[in-house]
Design a protein around this ligand. Structure first.
Ligand code: NAD
Ligand code: ZN
Length: 354
């Protein structure tokens, strides 16, 4: 394929300070370093983590400023760095940019394929510009191979939400036929968690708020829905449905209260997987009950390259679908507003051409 013409400038959404204006403007197209590729990003999902970042919900996380957020980018390789072999990437290949933009690949965790635990991660949309732009760079090793026939407009959410919940379900240890509770089930992560859980043979109780979200998650495969706005005692209802508690509970909501409740959802020897990251939140565990009931509480953070390949494969085989609404890149601010007001269902995806 002949090399495409790469423009000098591109459209991006940039903010100079947290909570500051989200500027839709022209910025320079970055040049790939020797070990990087340049991806012409066609679509990018909007993750609640982008909103947390812009709002400075996690002040301990260092940010590059001004910053282009976004870490669910899907596009076409536009250029490859000098050290990238043609066996690895060629111009014209389809590629994804996920949260992990670079890892050190030499620490104890990287050596064991546990890159999310690397202490020197460079994250897309945090320490380097992310995917709310038309061209972005990513380490060739961390870029995600996308099959040539994949739908670029809908694969984006797999690159954070999909990987994260797929890994989270594996972390839960739940086995086919067992019950898993997904708290925050109608959100970007939750809507994929329900489907991955079903594809893995699990039985799903979905928790979220409102009749529309109830219908939505049941259509995705949830066997039961509990409305957190109406149900007086969610744990009791789960114990009734599952005859003693779920085998696992995944929290993908943005609510500290929901996280705290999740600990009561599981049966003896059950596992609670913490994924949602509300600002300034804690979870408090009663020692006697946690010890004697042998409850595990585990944090789960995105996934490694292999989790990514598997998560993409489920999508490519049609086992999970991304429930998306596509809007223009310039409309990010209105998406953030809807997300903040709790009015989104599934995932919003930005079309970088608009
Ligand atoms: P989202 O806004 O799309 O979804 C959140 C969902 O939680 C919504 O459907 C909302 O209605 C629901 N919810 C709110 N309060 C609830 C309650 N009390 N009980 C049950 N449901 C409730 O957000 P998202 O993009 O899916 O992200 C979810 C969280 O996961 C965010 O905090 C995000 O930063 C975090 N995240 C973590 C990782 C990780 O690797 N651990 C990766 C990606 C995102
Ligand atoms: Zn994310």
């Amino acid at each position: 394929m002949s090399a495409p013409t790469i423009p000098e400038t591109q459209k991006a959404i940039v903010f100079e300070t947290c909570n500051g204006p989200l500027l839709y403007k022209d910025i320079a197209v970055p040049k790939p370093q020797a070990n990087e590729i340049l991806v012409n990003i066609k679509y990018s999902g909007v993750c609640h983590s982008d909103l947390h970042t812009w709002k400075n919900d996690w002040p301990a996380v260092p940010l590059k400023l001004p910053l282009v957020c976004g870490h669910e980018g899907a596009g076409v390789v536009a250029a490859v760095g000098a050290n990238v072999s043609p066996d690895q990437w060629k111009v014209g290949d389809l590629a994804g940019i996920k949260l992990i933009n670079k890892a050190c690949l030499s620490c104890e965790n990287c050596q064991q394929g546990e890159e999310p635990a690397c202490g020197k991660l460079i994250l897309s949309g945090f320490q380097t510009d992310g995917t709310f732009q038309q061209y972005g760079t990513v380490d060739a090793f961390q870029a995600t191979k996308l099959p040539a026939d994949i739908d670029l407009s809908s694969v984006g959410p797999i690159l954070c939400a999909g990987i994260t919940v797929y890994k989270g379900l594996k972390t839960s240890g739940a086995k086919p036929g067992q019950w898993v509770v997904i708290s925050g089930a109608a959100g970007g992560l939750g809507s994929l968690a329900v489907q991955y859980a079903r594809a893995l043979g699990l039985r799903v109780i979905a928790i979220d708020g409102g009749d529309e979200r109830g219908d939505f998650v049941k259509n995705l495969g949830a066997e039961e829905f509990i409305d957190f706005r109406k149900c007086q005692d969610i744990a009791k209802e789960i114990h009734r449905i599952t005859d003693g508690g779920a085998h696992a509970a995944l929290n993908v909501s943005t609510s500290e209260a929901a996280i705290q409740q999740s600990v009561d959802f599981v049966r003896n020897r059950g596992t609670v997987v913490l994924i949602g990251l509300p600002a300034d939140s804690k979870v408090c565990l009663p020692i006697l009950e946690t010890v004697c009931r042998q409850i595990s509480v585990k944090g789960s953070y995105v996934g490694n390259n292999w989790d990514t390949n598997e998560a993409i494969d489920f999508f490519a085989r049609g086992l999970v679908k991304c429930p998306i609404k596509i809007v223009g890149l310039s409309e990010l601010e209105s998406v953030f507003k809807l997300m903040e007001e709790g009015k989104t269902i599934g995932r919003y995806v930005l079309d970088t051409s608009k």
